[in-house]
Design a binder for this molecule. Structure first.
Ligand SMILES: Nc1nc2c(c(=O)[nH]1)N[C@H]1C(S)=C(S)[C@@H](COP(=O)(O)O)O[C@H]1N2
Ligand SMILES: [Mo]
Length: 429
C-alpha cells in the first residue's frame, strides 16, 4: 500500500476503503448511534405501563464514588485509527464530536496526542524550572504555583494536523476522524506572565521555550510577547485536576495557537533571545508549499467550522420533516461572529443560530433548524470571526498553499446526506 505523510508526519495510507476496513476492525467508523437502540424497544416499559425502573429502588449513593456515564452511552468514546501510526505511544485519538453538545468537552473525551506516551508524573516531585535570560532562575513546586493569583478561562485546543488527511480529498468517514483533534475546556491556572515577572525577564529576552517532562521532552519556541499576553500554566480542567493524558499535573495553555505548543507535563521554561528551532518547528509543523519553500511559525489556528450532526457517524434516523442541524465553529483570532450553513452544496446559504457562550478562542455551538423534504442534501458550514476572517473553501486553500500540506487545513467540509438518511464525506469544492 502506498504511504503518504499523515497527521504530525506519521505514516498513513490514503483511501477510504482501507480506512473503512481499519475502522470496522476497530469497531469504530460505522454509525453506532440509534439503529440498534431503536430496534430494542421493550413495549412493557412504554406508557401506559409502569416501566422497569419505576418498580424497584435504584443503586444507592457511593455506588460510583467517581461517577461514570450511563452504560447506554458506552459508544461515546475517543477512537483512534489503527493504521495511522506505527506505535500507540506516539499516536493520536479523536474526540467524538458527533456525540457532544454545547461548547465544553468532557474531560474523559478530550482527544489525546502524545509523542512518547502519557508521562506518569508525580505531583509531589513535580518541579517547574524557569531559567535562561532571567535575573533569578527559579524552581516552583505545584504548591508554589497555587500561591499566585489564579484565572479561569475557556479555550479550544486544536492540533495543527486536525483535518490534515483531508488536504487532497475526502478521506475519513466521520467528523470524529476529520475534525476530532480539537477539545475545549475551562482551565484554571496561573498567567505565565506572573511566573516570568517573578524570575525577572532580562531586557534582551525575546522568546521562551516550554519543555515537557515526558521522555520526548517536547519543546517549542514561543515569542515572549505571546507568553506575556495570554499564556497560562494550568493545573485544572473543567474544575478538576488535569487528566494524566492532558499533562497532569501542569500544562502550558497557549490560547488560539496550535496544540503542539501547549506543552504537557511541563518541567522547564527557558527564556532566550532567539527561537530554538526545535524538531517540532522545523521537521514538523511546517507547511511545504508548491514552490518547495515551507511556511514556518504558523501558530494561529485559523477560522474553522464543522457540522457535527448530521455527519457520517450520526445519520438522520427520522424521515422527512423537522430536522436539527448542529455544529462547532472556532477561531484562534478571537470570537466567531457568524456561521452560515447550506443544505444544497452552496447554492443557498442560511445564517445559523449561535447558542451558548461566545468566548474568544473557544468553541462556539451553532444550530440550524429546517424541514427536510427527504431528498439528498449537501451540507456545508462557513465561519466568520471578529478579526474579519472567513473560512475558505478547500480549493481556495489549495490555490494558496498547494497540495503538499498537512497542517492548518481549515477548509469547508461537505457531508452528503442520502435519501435514506445515511451520510458520507464528499468533496464538491
Ligand atoms: N510534553 C508533551 N506535550 C505535548 C505533546 C507531547 O507529546 N508531549 N503533544 C502536543 C501535541 S502535538 C498536541 S496537539 C497537544 C495535544 O493535547 P491533548 O493530548 O491534551 O489533546 O499536546 C501537545 N503537548
Ligand atoms: Mo499536535
Amino acid at each position: 500500500m502506498k504511504k503518504t505523510p499523515g497527521p504530525d508526519g506519521v505514516l498513513a495510507s490514503p483511501g477510504r476503503r482501507s480506512l473503512l476496513k481499519a475502522g470496522l476492525a476497530a469497531g469504530g467508523l460505522v454509525a453506532t448511534g440509534g439503529f440498534s437502540r431503536a430496534s430494542e424497544v421493550n413495549p412493557d416499559n412504554l406508557p401506559p405501563n409502569v416501566a422497569d425502573w419505576s418498580r424497584y429502588l435504584g443503586a444507592g449513593v457511593d455506588a460510583a464514588p467517581y461517577g461514570m456515564p450511563s452504560e447506554h452511552e458506552a459508544h461515546v468514546v475517543r477512537r483512534s485509527v489503527e493504521w495511522l501510526t506505527a506505535s500507540r505511544e506516539s499516536s493520536v485519538n479523536f474526540t467524538p464530536l458527533h456525540e457532544l453538545d454545547g461548547i465544553i468537552t468532557p474531560n474523559g473525551l478530550c482527544f489525546e496526542r502524545h509523542h512518547s506516551g502519557v508521562a506518569d508524573m508525580n505531583p509531589t516531585d513535580f518541579r517547574l524550572m524557569i531559567n535562561g535570560l532571567v535575573e533569578t532562575p527559579l524552581v516552583f513546586t505545584l504548591e508554589d504555583l497555587k500561591r499566585f493569583p489564579r484565572e479561569n478561562r475557556i479555550y479550544f485546543l486544536e492540533c495543527a494536523a486536525n483535518s490534515g488527511m483531508e488536504w487532497r480529498g475526502a478521506q475519513l468517514n466521520g467528523c470524529q476522524f476529520t475534525h476530532g483533534m480539537v477539545h475545549c475546556v475551562m482551565y484554571t491556572g496561573v498567567p505565565l506572565k506572573y511566573l516570568l515577572e517573578e524570575a525577572g525577564v532580562k531586557t534582551n529576552a525575546r522568546w521562551v521555550m516550554p519543555e515537557g517532562g515526558d521522555s520526548a521532552g517536547m519543546n517549542r519556541s514561543i515569542p515572549l510577547e505571546k507568553a506575556l499576553d495570554d499564556c497560562m500554566v494550568a493545573f485544572k480542567m473543567n474544575g478538576e485536576a488535569l487528566r494524566p493524558e492532558q499533562g497532569y499535573p501542569a500544562r502550558l495553555v497557549v490560547p488560539g495557537w496550535e496544540g503542539n505548543m501547549w506543552v504537557k507535563w511541563l518541567r522547564r521554561i527557558e527564556v532566550g533571545d532567539e527561537p530554538w528551532h526545535a524538531r517540532e518547528e522545523t521537521s514538523k509543523y511546517t507547511d511545504l508549499l508548491e514552490n518547495g519553500k515551507a511556511r514556518r511559525f504558523t501558530w494561529v489556528m485559523d477560522t474553522k467550522s464543522v457540522i457535527t450532526n448530521p455527519s457520517p457517524q450520526a445519520p438522520l434516523l427520522h424521515s422527512r420533516g423537522q430536522t436539527v442541524l448542529s455544529g462547532l465553529a472556532w477561531s484562534g483570532n478571537g470570537r466567531i461572529t457568524r456561521v452560515d450553513v447550506t443544505t444544497d452544496g452552496g447554492r443557498n446559504w442560511h445564517q445559523a443560530r449561535i447558542d451558548g457562550p461566545s468566548l474568544p478562542k473557544a468553541l462556539h455551538r451553532f444550530y440550524y433548524e429546517f424541514d427536510w423534504d427527504g431528498s439528498p442534501l449537501l451540507l456545508q458550514s462557513r465561519a466568520y470571526d471578529d478579526a474579519g476572517y472567513v473560512q475558505p473553501t478547500k480549493n481556495e486553500l489549495r490555490a494558496a498553499r498547494g497540495t503538499n500540506s498537512i497542517y492548518h487545513n481549515n477548509g469547508i467540509q461537505t457531508w452528503e446526506v442520502k435519501a435514506d438518511g445515511s451520510v458520507e464525506n464528499v468533496e464538491i469544492s
